[in-house]
Design a protein around this ligand. Structure first.
Ligand code: GDP
Ligand code: MG
Length: 594
């Protein structure tokens, strides 16, 4: 295709503002999906995406419109997947910034807008859902225009649901989004903006060609790893894969298949070039996504450990950001320490393991990555509280911090500030986006955000506040490890790294919870919370004589046997911590947040 006739654009928006629904209408109006096969959120192909109504993976579709070729890329809106969003943006020249006409600007509207501006994209401001009775298109057109610095009359108004205004929007894309520019004669350079594992076809790599040309049966080179592969298939998605006989040229968006089986060999952000004539330089901005949040994952049934390993291996083929290594816990047995991009990523991985692989899992409380500097100058990276050094030789502890942006109606300023202050936040600034909507910026430790922050924010603001955050380096903090001991034995799964001021309340809460969950034993069991050798909280489980046979009065022998067998059954699900028998359920219950 002549690059002059190509328009590459994406749709960016806060979650639920209607990206996928608008994409549906575009598929229908351009005729690539007929009315009979149309279904809602057509491009959200994963089960979990369809059920949760969220987009996890980017999708690219080629749409014919008015003699032009439009490549539309639907992006995941969530903060955990910002890296993928920013790669998708690199593959475009324009962005539709979609805002719900009944909601107005939200935190991810801003975050995505800034990403798009950084990528130098032409931005088309659009208000969606104008069919809603609660829509206030005039008010929010002004808010949106104020944000991007245009006239309110330039804000387009559409309904992804009814299709109103969508044709005009497509015309506007053709008229205003710049055509891609590249050097057709130069060495091939294509940006990988997505990479997915398909059971039947292996890894499918989505690319945007910047310069040159990629063809079928060509040896290609992945520039970050210098690995070479042969393209077995190359084509475009419209909306099902279609082989492109002529390959892909400048400005084109499509997919290629090389037969590799692992997405880590074809990473988002990498540059593809021709092995025979490699480009001298990669495209800018390749980096490995780094796990930010770690948690222990254990099979509830210890026999499922090999299955868990296999499941993680398989999932990793499809998820380059997933990292894990084996770990053992005295309380939970054999499992894995797993690294995630954030809380949503964590939930998704766990849900997929349980659903797609039939596992039942316990996960330990998530923690961030700490850098510990010892007095002798040695440095440690701690991804598990049990690795936190004990003893007095720690010089400094550093924790990751974020620049967080909160958006809410002005009436919630007080509540938001209270939450952030209570979590060691530092106010950076505050702006009114309109008369009654404020943007509040804080520096917040990531460790505070992953602990129950969203739930508190939602409940204190009745769901009206939205949050976005980006990593902003690290800060030195007064952090300590709190251990929980049963009869003097530490229970590794409950150790946590917390701020000194919160150590006491963590210890007290945990000790209380466990006192309620652990059944009485033949002897008294003290539960203690301690920092090093210093005990900061204590609870007691009183002793009982739990002789169930005494109730049988010696009489009925078969009844006695039944009871003994029942007890044995129960024992299997008991874990021993020192001399103390703890039912597995107690661990599960103590570790669940709700
Ligand atoms: P995304 O998270 O941005 O992809 O948003 P979705 O496309 O999944 O839409 C979120 C919700 O808003 C869904 O329940 C849609 O049915 C609804 N929705 C999307 N567009 C419109 C619209 O134009 N009008 C109305 N009334 N509802 C819409
Ligand atoms: Mg979506």
């Amino acid at each position: 295709t002549d690059p002059a006739l190509i328009r590459n654009f994406c749709i960016i928006a806060h979650i639920d503002h209607g990206k996928s629904t608008l994409a549906d209408r575009m598929l229908q109006i351009t005729g690539v999906v007929d009315d009979r096969t149309m279904r809602a959120q057509y491009l959200d192909r994963m089960d979990i995406e369809r059920e949760r109504g969220i987009t996890i993976k980017s999708q690219a579709v080629r749409l014919p419109w008015d003699g032009h070729v439009l490549n539309m890329i639907d992006t995941p809106g969530h903060v955990d997947f910002t890296y993928e969003v920013s790669r998708s943006l690199q593959a475009c020249e324009g962005a539709i910034l979609l805002v719900d006409a009944a909601q107005g600007i939200e935190a991810q509207t801003l975050a995505n807008l800034y990403l798009a501006m950084n990528a130098d994209l032409h931005i088309i401001p659009v208000l969606n859902k104008i069919d809603l009775p609660a829509a206030q298109p005039e008010k929010f057109a002004e808010e949106l225009a104020g944000l991007i610095g245009c006239d309110p009359s330039e804000v387009l108004k559409v309904s992804g649901k009814t299709g109103e205004g969508v044709r005009e929007l497509l015309d506007h894309v053709v008229q205003t989004v710049p055509a891609p520019i590249g050097d057709a004669d130069a060495a091939a350079r294509a940006l990988i903006f997505d990479s997915v594992y398909d059971t039947y076809r292996g890894v499918v790599t989505y690319v945007r060609v910047m310069d040159g040309h990629l063809g079928k049966r060509e040896r290609i080179l992945m520039m970050s790893t210098m690995a070479t592969h042969e393209t077995l298939e190359i084509g475009v998605i419209s909306p099902e894969p279609k082989v492109a006989a002529l390959g892909l040229g400048v400005g084109e968006v499509g997919y290629l298949i090389t037969g590799v089986k692992d997405v880590r060999q074809s990473r988002v952000g990498d540059t593809v070039t021709a092995a025979a004539k490699p480009a001298p330089e990669m495209l800018a901005g390749y980096e490995h996504p780094k796990p930010m949040v770690f948690s222990g994952l254990y099979p509830i049934d210890g026999d499922q450990y090999p299955e868990l390993r296999e499941a993680l291996d398989k999932l990793q083929l499809n998820d380059a950001a997933l990292v894990y290594e084996p770990e053992t816990s005295a309380a939970l047995g054999f499992g894995f320490r797993v690294g995630f991009l954030g809380l949503l990523h964590m939930e998704i991985v766990r849900e997929r393991l349980e659903r797609e692989f039939g596992l039942s899992l316990i996960s330990t409380a998530p923690n961030v990555v700490y850098r510990v500097v010892m007095e002798d100058g040695k440095e440690l990276t701690v991804t598990n509280p049990s690795e936190f050094p004990t003893g007095g030789k720690i010089a400094q502890v550093f924790e990751p911090v974020t620049k967080s942006t909160l958006l809410a109606p002005a009436e919630f300023i007080g509540a938001i500030m209270e939450i952030c202050q209570g979590r060691r936040g530092q106010l950076l600034g505050m702006d009114y986006l309109s008369e009654d909507r404020v943007e509040i910026r804080y520096t917040l430790p990531l460790g505070e955000i992953i602990f129950d922050f969203f739930d508190q924010l939602k409940s204190r603001t009745r769901g009206y506040a939205s949050l976005d955050y980006e990593p902003a380096g690290e800060q030195e903090s007064d952090l300590v490890k709190v251990d929980i001991l049963l009869q003097g034995e530490p229970v590794d799964a409950f150790s946590a790294i917390v701020h000194k001021e919160k150590a006491y309340s963590y210890g007290v809460d945990m000790a209380k919870k466990l006192r309620e969950l652990i059944p009485r034993q033949q002897f008294e069991v003290p539960i203690q919370a301690a920092i090093g050798a210093r005990v900061i909280a204590r609870e007691n489980i009183r002793a009982i004589r739990k002789d169930v046979l005494a109730k049988c009065y010696g009489g009925d022998i078969s009844r006695k046997r039944k009871l003994l067998e029942k007890q044995k059954e129960g024992k299997k699900r008991m874990k021993m911590v020192g001399r103390v028998e703890v039912p597995q359920e107690a661990f599960v219950a103590a570790l669940s947040t709700d």
